[in-house]
Design a protein around this ligand. Structure first.
Ligand code: NAP
Length: 566
């Protein structure tokens, strides 16, 4: 923290929120409008929207149905907003988030164009001092991270990139103005969910598109379509009931209302299994991984059936068997990496103007003035698009100078992997609440629901502290250690550790390998959180107002492990 900033009088808040996306907006609403706190949200972007502000690449859209991928906290809001498509595109989702900001009069407490550079917990006054990119420092009792899980882009580290004389784009930092690739030769690096959405649209426009694929992915159809007024009305009529039900489902999407999720691939005949896979594949979105058989994501042997099914679909859709071979994943099981949803992705490789390069066999070694060079060839292009993903989950918070008790940095604390309690707080960082933090369900759950659950948990916790005259809240080290173990145990019951992925942290060179997501399912996680609350916030240690370390009173409930190890 700069000496000048720390010596001057600072503006004081009850809570500071980092980010004004889905998390930040709802946190601001709850803390300010329901608890009456003085709150300020900061966002580095020019406007609200978070993920949906930044990720403007062609084809960007959500891949869970919009009537689920949206806020549920306000009945009037969900009734008055009408989604036009099953899976809304980025401009529509950004319009929605702007509508929410206006409707709840949130903008007056959001400072955009302002990055939080540092947050230091001052133990003498038991408040956070937050330093921002405008050179100011503010103080707050509570610091809430609404940074998101996929907000810190991975830096492209190809040697020579600055020598490239053409245009360089990143899917996660796309320009606000439309980019016209007509008559241009374009290269795209990466074949994750972002690239898989962008590639078919860019291929339609560009003179030539070269796709550099390192690991083949299992993409399955999105099946977007307009929502007709009757369907929309039917959903709205039953919204509260449907939302309640959704939260009791594994991923927060109520597939059980459409069909039975069958217990095991081994219990069905080959013919029945094939029919189940076909129906879920044709149904689109995440119906195949989350809505077919319970054991496809937990048993590698069971998973072989669905992996082979998707491989067969890829081969059926790609004309050239050599190209199909490169596009067919063999290095990991289906669903162990995040499943991308696609529209015409595989058919795009049947076009004459699209070339697929196996960047595992012939890795990109450098950028040149004219393009990209692999081990055996130079590709001359006019534009390079980086779609290489994010330093996910733990990356965004670790990118800020966050220091807790004893000056410990979050980078030190999480050096060997995130250490959290419930994926919500980290011992030694009092009153820091991380919305959908690492080791919480986050991206393994419908994100807006995961966000609402965590924001509600934080709001209730702050209300409880105010009611009981408690000034700080810090997870117990023991509870945290048990949570880290429990998160790993849950991951080990699934196929997730069988792939290198951002779930496991391994997409970033040097990042420790551990599961960053709580994969026990939303109902289990929600049950654990409810138990923690019922037991007087078990696993959290509180200090009463005005107490010092010497006379602090513990205000903990029973051992959280009883809940965490269920
Ligand atoms: P990603 O899934 O991490 O994919 C990054 C891609 O870049 C991978 O194919 C990766 O290959 C490749 N790559 C990275 N470094 C490379 C290098 N040096 N050389 C060649 N290739 C390289 O990132 P993403 O596509 O941006 O998606 C991230 C997440 O954002 C998604 O999983 C999803 O959760 C979210 N998302 C959601 C939607 C939606 O529809 N709602 C859309 C887009 C994104 P390897 O696999 O070999 O590492």
């Amino acid at each position: 923290m700069g000496a000048t900033a720390s010596n001057t009088a600072h503006e004081n808040f009850d809570a500071v929120i980092i980010g004004a996306g889905f998390s930040g907006l709802y946190t601001l609403h709850r803390l300010r409008d329901d608890l009456g706190l003085k709150v300020r949200a900061f966002d580095a972007a020019e406007d609200v929207g978070g993920t949906w502000y930044w990720n403007r690449y062609p084809g960007a859209r959500c891949d869970i149905e919009s009537y689920w991928y949206s806020y549920s906290f306000d009945e009037d809001l969900q009734r008055e907003w009408t989604w036009k498509e099953q899976f809304s595109d980025q401009p529509e989702i950004l319009r929605y988030l702007n509508h929410v900001a206006d409707r709840f009069d949130l903008r007056r407490d959001i400072q955009c164009n302002t990055r939080v550079n540092a947050a230091i917990f001052d133990e003498d006054i038991r408040r956070w001092k937050i330093e921002t990119s405008d050179g100011k420092c503010v103080e707050a009792q509570f610091l809430i991270s609404g940074l998101g899980n996929l907000s810190l882009p991975q830096e492209p580290n190809f040697p020579g990139l600055s020598d490239f004389t053409g245009e360089v784009y990143s899917t996660s930092r796309w320009p606000h103005e439309p980019v016209d690739f007509t008559d241009k030769r374009v290269a795209i690096v990466g074949t994750g969910a972002s690239a898989i959405q962008a590639i078919p649209l860019i291929a339609e426009q560009a003179a030539r598109l070269t796709v550099f694929q390192r690991t083949a992915n299992y993409a399955t159809p999105l099946q977007n379509r307009p929502i007709d007024p009757e369907e929309s009305a039917a959903i709205k009529a039953k919204y509260p009931e449907l939302r309640r039900y959704s939260r009791e489902t594994y991923a927060g999407i109520p597939y059980e209302l459409e069909f039975e999720i069958r217990p095991s691939v081994f219990a069905d005949s080959e013919e029945d299994r094939e029919q189940v896979f076909e129906e879920r594949y044709a149904g689109g979105s995440f119906r195949l991984p989350y809505g077919s058989y319970l054991d496809v994501l937990t048993d590698l042997e069971a998973n072989k059936f669905v992996s082979e099914f998707v491989r067969r679909k890829i081969r059926e859709r790609v004309n050239d068997p050599k190209v199909a071979d490169i596009l067919t994943p063999t290095s990991h099981p289906y669903g162990a990496k995040r499943v991308p949803c696609e529209t015409n992705y595989y058919e795009t490789f049947n076009r004459d103007n699209v070339e697929l390069i196996d960047a595992k066999k012939t890795p990109i070694i450098e950028a040149t003035a004219n393009g990209l060079r692999t081990q055996d060839r130079e590709f001359e292009v006019d534009a390079i698009i980086m779609a290489i993903g994010f330093d996910a989950m733990s990356g965004p918070l670790m990118n800020i100078d966050v220091r807790g008790r004893g000056g410990q940095t979050i980078q030190d604390k999480w050096r060997a992997g995130p250490q959290t309690y419930l994926g919500f707080a980290s011992h030694g960082f009092p009153n820091l609440f991380i919305i959908t933090g690492p080791q919480s369900p986050s991206v393994w759950y419908n994100m807006p629901s995961a966000i609402e659950d965590h924001v509600d948990f934080a709001t209730d916790l702050i209300a409880y502290m105010r009611e009981h005259g408690l000034e700080t809240c810090d997870p117990e080290l023991d509870a945290e250690r048990k949570w880290v173990v429990h998160t790993k145990e849950e991951a080990d019951k699934t196929i997730v550790p069988a792939a290198e992925s951002y779930y496991m942290g391994t997409n970033i060179p040097g990042k420790p390998r551990c599961c960053m997501v709580y994969v026990g399912g939303a109902p289990k996680y929600r049950g654990i959180c409810a138990d923690v609350v019922a037991q007087g916030y078990a696993g959290f240690a509180f200090k009463e107002e005005g107490t010092t370390d010497a006379n602090s009173k513990r205000h903990t409930g029973v051992d959280a492990h009883q809940s965490a190890s269920r």
